[in-house]
Structure formats: C-alpha cells, structure tokens
Write a protein that binds this ligand. Structure first.
Ligand code: ATP
Length: 355
C-alpha cells in the first residue's frame, strides 16, 4: 500500500547556517515527485529529513497519518536507492534483493516468491547468481531498485539514482524507473540536479534554491509558467527582458525595454509598472517583413552553435540588446553569421514574472 508524505514547517539548521528554511510540502499518494535544485540548495537535506537520516530543527514529517519526525530510518519502512548503489559486494544479486526480507524475518517460501517477482520486475532473473562486481552500472542500479521495492514499502526515495551512469544509459533507466513506478503505483520522491531527468520522470517538481522552495508544479507548469526569475533561468534557456509598462489598450500592455517594444496580453488588472518579461528562445519566430506579428525586433545573427536537431544563436538587436533564439532544422541552411533577421512573437507568448 502506497502512502502520501507530508513535511510541515520543517527546517534544518547546522549551527547558524540554515540548510533548509521552514518548508511545507505534500507529496501525494502514488505520485513521482522530484526535488530539483542547484548544488548546495538543500535537496539532500530535505530527502534526509524524510528518510530519517537527519532530524529537523523544527517541524514535523508524516508518512500517511503517522508522525515519523523522530523515528529512525529503519522504523519508517521506506525503500531507498542511492547514486552509488550501496549493494553488498559479498552477496549475489538474489541475496542482495532478499536482504530487506531477511531483516524483516519473512518466511522462506514467501521470501523466494517475492525475490523471484522482484528479479522479474527488473529483468535480472538470468543474473541472480552474479556478484555486483560482475554487473554493469545499469544492472547494479536495477538490483538496487529491486532491493528497494521488494518489501512493498509505502514510499520510495531516490537520491541521484542515475548520477553515475552515462547519458544513453541514463535515458534508458529513466524510462525503466518511470514504468516500474507506474506499475507499482508507489509514492516516489527523487532528488536530482538534472533538469531533463526531472521533466521526463516527474508528476510534479519542487524547485529549491538556497534552502527555500521556489515553486512546486507539474513539468509543464514549471517550464511554461515559472513563478519567478530563478525558476525561469534554472529550467531550460530563457530571455529575461526588463522594462516598463508605458501604455495599455484592450488588455494589451505596451512594454518599453532597452532593446525594443513588447506587446503583451495581461489578463489580470495588475498594477504593472516595472516588469520582467521572459521568453524562451524556441518561442521566438523568424518573420518575413510583411508578416503581421505583435512584437517584432530586427537584429544581426551572432554566435551560431549547431547542436544537431537545432541551432542556438544570438540576435544583436538594432538597439544593442541580446536575444537568444533557436533555429529549427529547416531554418538552419538559410541563416548565417552576421545576417540581418526580423524575429517576433505574439501577445500571448512569453510571460511576465513576479520577481
Ligand atoms: P548537492 O546537489 O551538491 O548534493 P544539495 O542540494 O543536496 O547539494 P545539501 O546536501 O542538502 O545540498 O546541503 C545544503 C547545504 O547544507 C549546503 O550548503 C551544505 O554545505 C550544508 N550542509 C549539509 N550537511 C551539513 C552538515 N552535516 N553540517 C553542516 N552543513 C551541512
């Protein structure tokens, strides 16, 4: 049975240093929840408070309805997978997976059945008698996963589980873990600094910075509607343009910036004067002179970088500002260094950020 997890006003202080500011988060039953943030932001601290490897300076941790704030890790009955696998080197694959069941004194026949199921789940039946040293990185991580779920824990914690794997294998394992998680419907909390991994695997992402939660949302909410500048810049690439609202007509604000004028639809009747506008490079289109588009800027192409499926480049605008744009594969042959381009976007593209 899977359970939800809640941290309530949890904080962690090391001496005078606040590794985690008072934080309240609810992780729903059965969801894949990722804690994402830069190095030193407090991700691992939050995970350790949930697992019981650290106790909070203040606040409470709940698994289901049970307050586990002061319970040691082994009393929380949580499955865990670490970056370095933490497998027992002197035990075979089967013995490693059986270990949590042995600790729980599960009878022999039931243990064999559960281990067989877990081996099947991670497709390692043929490797059951090997030792960890005789496995590849991906296989070791699958053993670690099987060991973490074999005792049907209500919650699974993943601490940078794919950090030690190369890119190709990481992508493959992302899909495998996601499928396994969906099959078991187990509440999963994962820590990573890899934004692509977070976007691919998660139902919801919690962005954390300097011990503070910046935003919690679905991958689309986080990517398309970042709450603030930190989130907008941390996830994907973005152009941040500071400006001032100088006019207003039928819900369209005219924003004056150092690099040109922007027209943007604003639904709420906010008191906007100084604003920060964010627009992703892939949202900006190359437009022809006769194309009617709300915001259009002219500039010269600079620093073209070919990245396979697309090209990144900068546009130095007439007024001397810089705009990051992305050229699709079809556009690449028609654009060269130093060329003049007109680019633009519609009033409903890009967003105004809160702070
Ligand atoms: P990374 O991605 O590099 O692992 P993180 O986001 O997981 O980083 P944490 O390990 O949670 O970061 O650490 C958050 C902050 O708390 C860091 O500045 C770290 O130096 C500090 N910190 C962590 N553990 C301790 C400790 N035992 N004593 C003192 N400071 C600590």
């Amino acid at each position: 049975m899977s359970l939800d997890v809640a941290v309530e006003k949890v904080m962690k202080q090391y001496g005078n240093f606040s590794a985690l500011m008072p934080t309240s988060v609810e992780i729903r039953n059965g969801e894949f929840f990722t804690i994402l943030g830069p190095s030193g932001s407090g991700k691992t601290t939050l995970l350790k408070l949930i697992s019981g490897f650290e106790t909070p300076t203040n606040g409470s941790v709940y698994i289901g309805s049970e307050d586990v704030t002061n319970a040691p890790p082994h009393k929380r009955n949580i499955g865990m997978v670490f970056q370095n696998y933490a497998l027992f080197p002197h035990m075979t694959v089967r013995e490693n997976i059986a270990f949590p069941l042995r600790m729980r004194k599960v009878p022999k026949a039931a243990m064999k059945k559960k281990v067989d199921e877990a081996l099947e789940l991670v497709q390692l039946k043929a490797y059951e008698n090997r030792y960890p040293a005789q496995l590849s990185g991906g296989q070791r991580q699958r053993v670690a996963l099987a060991r973490a779920v074999v005792f049907d824990p209500p919650v699974l914690l993943l601490d940078e589980p794919l950090g030690a794997l190369d890119k190709q294998l990481r992508l493959q394992m992302q899909m495998e873990i996601k499928k396994l998680q969906e099959k078991l419907k187990i509440t999963t909390i994962s820590v990573t600094h890899d934004q692509e991994e977070a976007l691919t695997m998660s139902d919801r992402i919690c962005i954390i910075n300097e011990g503070k939660v910046e935003q919690i949302g679905t991958p689309r909410q986080i990517y398309e509607h970042p709450d603030n500048q930190f989130v907008a810049e941390f996830i994907g690439e973005t152009n941040l343009i500071h400006g001032q609202v100088v006019g207003w007509d039928h819900g369209i604000a005219a924003i004056k910036t150092m690099t040109g004028e922007i027209f943007h639809a604003v639904s709420a009747d906010k008191d906007l004067t100084k604003v920060t506008f964010a627009i992703r490079p892939e949202t900006i289109s190359i437009v022809s002179p006769q194309h009617a588009i709300d915001t259009r800027w002219r500039g010269k192409v600079h620093e073209i970088v070919y990245i396979g499926e697309s090209c990144r480049c900068k546009l130095i605008t007439e007024k001397g500002g810089e705009l990051k744009i992305k050229l699709s594969h079809k556009e690449i042959p028609f654009v060269s260094e130093g060329q003049e381009l007109v680019v633009g976007w519609e009033v409903n593209e890009g967003i105004l950020l809160n702070k």
